[in-house]
Design a protein around this ligand. Structure first.
Ligand code: NI
Length: 389
C-alpha cells in the first residue's frame, strides 16, 4: 500500500505545485480567507464530500468510507501574513500587503492531494476522514478555538497536522513527543508621564527614559528569575512615542512577546513583568500600565501518536527520515486540537535551496516536498483507520 501511495502522490506533483502557486498568488490574511476557502470547498465537493463552513472562513469536509470504523482528521491552516512579498518567483502575490510567507499555501495543497488519494479509496477503508481548513493560525486568538466550538472535532478520534519547515532538509521530518511548540503570549506596556520642553526636564516626567529603563530591567526576568534549565523568552517588538526631537512626550507604548513551555514559568514571567514595569515607572515618577494576553497554549504531542507517525514515516522512507529535532519557541493553535483529542503535529523539511526563513518577504518552499507530504498525510489517515499500531 505504501508504494502505491507514494506513486500516486508523485503523479500528483504537477497539480500540487499548481494548487500551491494558485494559493500563493491570492494570499488572504487571518479570517479573510474567503476566496481561499471557496477553492477548498469546491475541490472537496468535487470529490463528493459534504462540506460544512465554520469559524467564518473555515470549513470541515467529511469523506465517508465504508460504514463503521473510526474517524481521523487532517488539518491545514489557510491564512497568509500581512506582509509585502519581495523577489521574483513565478507566483508572486497579487494581493498587495499579503503574502504566504509561512508555507500555509503548501499545507492546503497537501491537504487537497491527500484528499484526492483518499477519495479514490473510499470503497476500501472503514470509517471517515475529516479535512479541516482552518482560518487564522497566525493571529491569536486564532481559528482553531472557534473551529472546535463549531464542531470541527465532533466524532473525531485523532488528528494530524504538519508544518513545512525551512530549517530541515527537504523530505526529512522533525517529530518529537512532549512539548513541541511554546506558549506564545503578548503584552503591551503604556508608560505615561508628563510632557514638556526637552530643555526643561525638571518640569516634566519623562516616559522615554522610563521606557528605556523598563526594557533593560525586564531582561533580568529570564536571566535572574527563571530556572536556567527551563526555556523562556521575553522580547520587545515595538517601541513608540514622541513626535519631534525637542519635546518630551506624554506617553510611550511598548509591546512584546513572552514564550514558555511550563505553566509555572509562564505565571512567574507574567508576575515579574508587571512588578518590574510598574515599580520602575513609579521610581521614575511615571505610570507603567501593563496588559498581558495569554496566547496559544504549548503544543504537546502525546508519545503514542508520535510513535504511530514515526512508524508511518519509516514505512515510507526508512529510519533515516525522522531527524533529530528540538522544540520550537513559536506558537501554533494546533495545540488546542491536541488538548481535546490525541494526535500529532510534525515538521516537514522543505528547506533545500531556500535561503530565507519563515515570515521573510522572500520566503519560498522547496516544492519537491509537496508530494511526499501528501503521501504521508494520506498514509497517516489510512493506517489510523486500518487500526495499525
Ligand atoms: Ni505557519
Amino acid at each position: 500500500m505504501v508504494d502505491e501511495i507514494k506513486k500516486e502522490a508523485a503523479a500528483l506533483s504537477g497539480r500540487l505545485v499548481e494548487w500551491r502557486r494558485n494559493f500563493h498568488r491570492r494570499p488572504e490574511t487571518a479570517f479573510r480567507e474567503v476566496e481561499t476557502s471557496a477553492v477548498l470547498r469546491a475541490y472537496f465537493e468535487g470529490l463528493g464530500m459534504t462540506v460544512k463552513p465554520m469559524a467564518g472562513t473555515g470549513l470541515r469536509a467529511d469523506l465517508q468510507g465504508l460504514p463503521g470504523g473510526r474517524t481521523v482528521a487532517l488539518r491545514a491552516d489557510m491564512d497568509a501574513l500581512p506582509l509585502a512579498e519581495e523577489g521574483d518567483k513565478p507566483c508572486l502575490s497579487e494581493n498587495p500587503g499579503a503574502c504566504h510567507a509561512c508555507g500555509h499555501d503548501g499545507h492546503m495543497a497537501v491537504l487537497m492531494g491527500a484528499a484526492e488519494i483518499l477519495a479514490r479509496r473510499k470503497g476500501e477503508f472503514r470509517g471517515r476522514v475529516v479535512f479541516l481548513g482552518q482560518p487564522s493560525e497566525e493571529l491569536p486568538p486564532g481559528g482553531a478555538a472557534p473551529m472546535i466550538e463549531e464542531g470541527a472535532l465532533e466524532g473525531v478520534d485523532s488528528i494530524f497536522g504538519l508544518h513545512f519547515w525551512q530549517p530541515l532538509p527537504t523530505g526529512t521530518i522533525g517529530l518529537i513527543a512532549g512539548p513541541v511548540m511554546a506558549q506564545a503570549d503578548n503584552f503591551r506596556i503604556t508608560v505615561t508621564g508628563r510632557g514638556g520642553h526637552g530643555s526643561m526636564p525638571q518640569s516634566a516626567a519623562d516616559p522615554i527614559l522610563a521606557a528605556g529603563q523598563i526594557i533593560v530591567a525586564l531582561q533580568s526576568v529570564v536571566s535572574r528569575n527563571v530556572d536556567p534549565l527551563k526555556p523562556a523568552v521575553l522580547s520587545f517588538g515595538t517601541v513608540s512615542g514622541g513626535t519631534v526631537y525637542n519635546i518630551i512626550p506624554n506617553e510611550v507604548k511598548l509591546s512584546g512577546t513572552v514564550r514558555t513551555f511550563d505553566p509555572d514559568i509562564q505565571a512567574l514571567m507574567k508576575r515579574r513583568l508587571a512588578e518590574i514595569a510598574e515599580a520602575t515607572g513609579q521610581a521614575l515618577g511615571v505610570r507603567a500600565f501593563v496588559e498581558y494576553e495569554d496566547g496559544y497554549p504549548p503544543l504537546v504531542n502525546p508519545p503514542d501518536s508520535v510513535e504511530f507517525v514515526r512508524r508511518r514515516v519509516e514505512a515510507l522512507w526508512g529510519s533515516g527520515a525522522v531527524v533529530p529535532f528540538r522544540p520550537v519557541m513559536g506558537g501554533e493553535d494546533f495545540a488546542l486540537y491536541l488538548k481535546n483529542i490525541p494526535g500529532a503535529f510534525l515538521f516537514f523539511g522543505s528547506g533545500d535551496g531556500m535561503p530565507h526563513p519563515h515570515h521573510h518577504p522572500r520566503f519560498d518552499l522547496d516544492e519537491r516536498a509537496l508530494a511526499p507530504a501528501a503521501a504521508l498525510m494520506a498514509s497517516l489517515a489510512l493506517s489510523f483507520l486500518a487500526g495499525q499500531p
